[in-house]
Write a protein that binds this ligand. Sequence first.
Ligand code: HEC
Ligand code: HEC
Ligand code: HEC
Ligand code: HEC
Length: 447
Amino acid sequence: MAVFDAGGSLWAGAPPEGAALAQARRKAELILSTWAADGIDAAGLGADDLGLDPAWITKTGAAAGVPLVVTNLQCPGLSAAPSLRLERGGKSALILGLWSEGAYASGCTASPPAAAAAAALVADQAAHGGQAADLVIVLSQLIEDEVPAVARTVPALDLFLDGKGSPSTPEPRPVSPSALRLSSGSRGKVLGIATIRWMEGADGLAPLDAGEALDKRRERIAQRITSAERQAAGATEPAARARAEERLAYLREELERASAPVAGAGGARSGLSLRLVGLGADIADAPQAAAALSTAKAEIEAAGAAATPSAPRVGGPFAGAAACAGCHPGPHAQWATTSHAGAWTTLVDAQRSMDLACWGCHATGARQPGGPAAPAEVGALGGVQCEACHGPSAAHAANPASTRPLRAPGVEVCVRCHDGAQDGGRFDAATYLPKVGHGTAAAPAGG
Ligand code: HEC
Ligand code: HEC
Ligand code: HEC
Ligand code: HEC
């Protein structure tokens, strides 16, 4: 067995800065250390990862003991193996990390991938007494359309592990007559388990299921041949015998076609099957990983809480729910029963309230003019309060006649937070809207 990450798991998004960079690095360090604890054999990098700074990744990856493989990317401060040989159960695998040619963040540039792969193969073979590896695996940062071209130009490449975060697909996809591409999605949410059935003397890989389907087809044709032979032998009428002979000839041709190598010309392929395992809450963390995770969370919470707020919390354009309660007791009472009221507590309990990837949707007015710009500034604006839906209303609370908050916030307001991704796609306007409404039955107490 061997374990890989094809890259792009350390950071997603624009290069972080300041407090966000510190937090992103703390998380990346956690990921690298848990990979190492899990015995990862090789990891690639992704374009967004580079925003953490290649020199920092080099240092932190080395400290954790994660073998980074990058074949055709040059970056100031990046040092990673251009290729890596693994030996498992009498078989050898060569690991490469290929990028599409071009310029990337942090001053990185990638050279043409096919040429770099070919050169790495030559160097590896020379370093191993002329012996080529049994299997060549690419940790791929190639843009999707380029994979088949690289696979055809360098036929020795067998397997492309997708590190670009394409949606996970349960099928290994052929990208050339002898190479496959595997995708298990992005952000470490799905583990892809590939099993290879070696065929001696085989050249490259084909989906195992295709091979099994063919086996079954061959069996069926063979059975039909047997019965056609019986018919032909038993036929007394010359016309019937001719028909049986004709059918027999056709079936024999079919069998020949079904016995041709799985993926076209060039010999037989070893078979590969893929299984995807969603790493949800139902799969417990390893004790060591769980301990590292809770340490990292505690550190991030403490660092966030220690940050000095630089903006006023309540009293700017946002008044906070307490300021509305007196005049709108009905809506306030209804709101207090919804999970919106406790959305900040949810994060605090999960030790994620200072997490810059979390706080914005679990607080009111986050990153809006006059609202909290950082989690340390949330104060009394924690949770999804009135003004998250009705808009900033301090002026209205001070003098109700002066301005009118939005009367009936619609779906366009909800989907800022119920974004279809972070919420697991659970939002359903028809069932969700009635749960938050608190209409005319709760008219303003003051009239
Ligand atoms: C001092 C009393 C008072 C306070 C405090 C107050 N409101 Fe109002 N609010 C009113 C009155 C009175 C109206 C009705 C205005 C009208 O119909 O002319 C109103 C109307 C509204 C409406 C309906 C607007 C419409 O067009 O029908 C919303 C929504 C609202 N308030 C939200 C809030 C929010 C949110 C807060 C807290 C930030 C708040 N109010 C604080 C008195 C208040
Ligand atoms: C500022 C972000 C934000 C906005 C805007 C927002 N929500 Fe939410 N909503 C949340 C969060 C966060 C939760 C989860 C709270 C928790 O469990 O701690 C939530 C939970 C809910 C729930 C409870 C789901 C459940 O079954 O537990 C409903 C219903 C809901 N929202 C409906 C709405 C509707 C309808 C709107 C628009 C009118 C809306 N929300 C606007 C952030 C938001
Ligand atoms: C884009 C907005 C958004 C961001 C960012 C966000 N959340 Fe939420 N969160 C929601 C919404 C919306 C819900 C309610 C989903 C529902 O029940 O329909 C929710 C619900 C939750 C819940 C309770 C329900 C559940 O799914 O278990 C937890 C816990 C939670 N979020 C934690 C987090 C953490 C941790 C982060 C950061 C990694 C985060 N959230 C970032 C919008 C967000
Ligand atoms: C998740 C979004 C959301 C939050 C949070 C929210 N409201 Fe509303 N509110 C609505 C929607 C949607 C309507 C209009 C639909 C309805 O009348 O039921 C509404 C209507 C109102 C109205 C107008 C009622 C009327 O008679 O027409 C008032 C006043 C109001 N809200 C006040 C508040 C106050 C005060 C809070 C905080 C304590 C609050 N709302 C929190 C979504 C929200």
